[in-house]
Write a new protein. Structure first.
Length: 681
């Protein structure tokens, strides 16, 4: 069978299971007594093992099998969790992630895992000893399982009809990878010649493969022991089969039971309610008003995986639809035809709803990016010999997939910067009256059509004196600028190209590369980054990103006969200003806007549009904002607000000053979209 058709599903599910292992291991390190976490990690590792074995990735299957052995020993309380064991398990996850990455890149998934498997195999001897000690007890109890009243009744009635009752003990081989499949095959064989009454452990546990290698079946059949043995023993990967014939007196009445069995029996019944009750109990839960959110265990919300390329194609088609919609709106307006106008309005409403659905389909929680950071912080904390705690808020905040794919590296850079340069060493923190454990907070939240992501630390903050010295040394600013520069402007200097305050360039924060890389990356996404810092108290990096990159709301403006578009997200206010209100300061024209001195930029000058207008007393101005900076753009007139499709200018028109793209308007004209960030000085 060709497994390549399942490769995409395998990769996606492997990434999810590895992420689960990473998250739960980090939690387990904080709460080593929480065995539920161990069960969760075991299940994820077990599923990974089965998937990789099925797909033929043997090294991955072998490594997950070794990891499973350690987790099994921990959950059976045969060994305790230590820092060393945590490091080895994280090392195993690193190898598993490397294998998955190799598969994604078209590799064969092969990797030398012998060293880490050897580290994980320390519990082998302990497990064998424990298994040997338990074996006699298990053997002696094989025919002493407790059966509830319903099961005893079924067995008794079957015996009256000529059926025999058997207990079948099945042991799978130690290296059996797909235990659930073997159990299913045994059941298939037995169902041909009789009926299964009970399994130990329960069928749910067998299906989830959450058992070691042995299970017992209580079975009713008119066939003899040898035939049953042959049926079961014919299934591959089975080590041993024992068939024992039983009589109904194996389950005595309550009065005949020994005292210790009386205590054990109710527990068995609690675990598995009597069969007649099960159908009656389920409707109560599903029909009750307090249980609407529980269908995930059964049917649940139905989901389907869709290739991102298909969503991109869908988005491109919709963008064309938006352009045609604009054209229709223009025609309807020109013709002033009632029915046409009504139809176009209806089309606008429907396409608006369709746009919301398509954009929501492309939305991905930022946790897909955030999830990798706790592990990274744990590793760097050890390398730096610091104590740091990472707290994440708003991981459920959603962003367009195209933006999500691009923000990972800038966030890694900012976090590493906070860990390396921000948070001080424990002894320094204690000396300064701070807790020795530094706090780093990663937060995401929606605000309007933007998502804000903040990276905050309670470290040393920015040493402004040192920043200013370095800026002068590297000619980032002049001596004259340094005399009048404000604190927040000094903070912003760390985003200057090639700027670094580090005495030694560190691999950890990458400050040798410079935070300008972060800034330029975010600005290429239509976003921005700013910093607020208090020396000795800490720093806050704030990233602003658009929800989506392709369809944006703009204000259309006229410069002579040319139409330009300014993104609404950048605009604070539109105004008509009197020419006499324009002031001159530092050789620049400015206006007083609500108590703020705002510089004036004439867009005609910036885009070399020939000015044929008369000397007007009033000017049309658009006040735009970038971070905490305001600028007033002067235009000839406002046309109105419109949703447009942002198209790139192509490979031939790269780096056009202050233009981020273009759009096709309803009348077929092309309007250039202004990049406000480039014009705000």
């Amino acid at each position: 069978m060709d497994m390549n058709q399942y490769l995409d599903v395998f990769i996606e599910e492997s990434k999810e299971h590895l992420q689960t292992c990473n998250e739960k291991l980090l939690e387990l390190e904080k709460n080593p007594s929480d065995l539920q976490l161990v069960h969760d990690i075991f299940r994820a590792a077990h599923t990974l093992k089965g998937m990789s074995a099925t797909m033929g990735f043997e090294d991955m299957a072998h490594l997950t099998h070794s990891l499973e052995n350690v987790l099994d020993a921990i959950r059976n309380e045969e060994m305790t969790i230590t820092s060393e064991w945590m490091d080895v398990m994280f090392e195993a996850l690193d190898d598993l992630e490397a294998i998955v990455l190799s598969i994604i890149e078209g590799g064969d998934g092969k990797r030398d895992v012998s060293e880490v498997c050897a580290k994980l195999d320390v519990t082998g001897a302990n497990k064998e000893t424990a298994a040997a000690a338990e074996a006699p007890e298990a053997a002696s109890s094989k025919s002493k399982w407790s059966y509830d009243e319903f099961q005893r009744t079924v067995i008794a009635e079957a015996e009256e009809q000529g059926f025999n009752c058997y207990e079948i003990s099945v042991s799978l081989k130690d290296d059996c990878l797909l235990k659930g499949v073997r159990v299913y095959m045994v059941f298939e064989q037995l169902n041909e010649i009789g009926e299964v009454v009970k399994t130990i452990p329960e069928t749910e546990v067998l299906e989830s493969e959450d058992f070691d290698s042995e299970f017992v079946i209580c079975f009713l059949s008119k066939h003899d022991k040898q035939e049953i043995f042959n049926k079961v023993n014919g299934v591959s990967e089975i080590e041993k089969v024992e068939v024992t014939e039983l009589k109904i007196d194996i389950a005595p009445s309550e009065n005949e039971k020994p005292a210790e069995e009386k205590e054990a029996a109710p527990k068995e019944t609690e675990k598995k309610p009597e069969k007649p009750e099960k159908p009656a109990k389920q409707p109560k839960q599903s029909n009750g008003k307090k249980e609407p959110a529980k269908p995930a265990a059964g049917g649940g919300t139905k989901t389907i995986r869709v290739n991102i390329d298909r969503l991109d194609s869908l988005m491109n088609l919709f963008e064309e639809l938006v352009i045609d919609r604009g054209r229709l709106e223009q025609i309807a307006k020109e013709l002033d035809h009632g029915e046409l106008t009504e139809t176009v309005e209806r089309m606008t409403r429907i396409s608006g709803d369709l746009q919301s659905i398509i954009l929501n389909m492309r939305m991905v929680p930022v946790e897909t990016v955030f999830n990798r950071f706790p592990r990274m912080v744990r590793q760097l904390t050890k390398e730096l010999n610091k104590k740091i705690e990472l707290t994440i808020f708003g991981a459920e905040t959603e962003l367009d997939r195209t933006v999500i794919d691009e923000i990972g590296d800038p966030l890694v850079h900012l976090l590493r910067n906070s860990l390396d340069h921000g948070i001080e060493a424990p002894e320094v923190r204690v000396k300064n009256g701070k807790p020795e454990t530094g706090q780093v907070t990663l937060k995401a939240y929606h605000s309007g059509n933007h998502v804000f992501i903040e990276v905050e630390d309670d470290g040393a903050g920015i040493n402004r004196k040192k920043v200013l010295e370095k800026a002068l040394e590297r000619n980032v600013i002049t001596e004259r600028d340094a005399e009048t520069i404000e604190d927040h402007e000094i903070d912003a200097l760390i985003f200057a190209p090639g700027f670094s305050t580090a005495d030694q360039i560190s691999d950890i924060s990458g400050r040798g590369v410079g935070l300008d890389v972060v800034k330029s990356k975010l600005e290429s996404l239509g976003g921005s980054v700013s910093i607020t810092s208090t020396e000795g108290k800490g720093s806050l990096f704030s990233i602003q990103l658009p929800l989506t990159l392709s369809i944006i709301s703009v204000l259309l403006v006229k410069l002579e006969k040319e139409t330009f578009a300014i993104p609404i997200s950048s605009i604070i206010e539109t105004a008509v200003i009197d020419k006499k209100d324009i002031l001159f300061t530092h050789d620049r024209e400015v206006i007083d806007f609500r108590g703020h001195i705002v510089p004036v930029v004439y867009l005609k000058e910036q885009f070399n549009v020939e000015d044929s207008a008369d000397d007007l007393d009033q000017l049309h101005a658009i006040v735009v904002k970038k971070g905490d900076k305001l600028t007033a753009f002067v235009v000839d007139s406002f046309i109105g607000q419109q949703e447009v499709v942002l198209k790139s200018l192509g490979d031939y028109l790269t780096n056009v000053f202050a233009i981020s793209g273009a759009t096709i308007l309803g009348d077929g004209q092309v309007a250039l979209i202004i990049d406000c960030n480039a014009l705000i000085k």
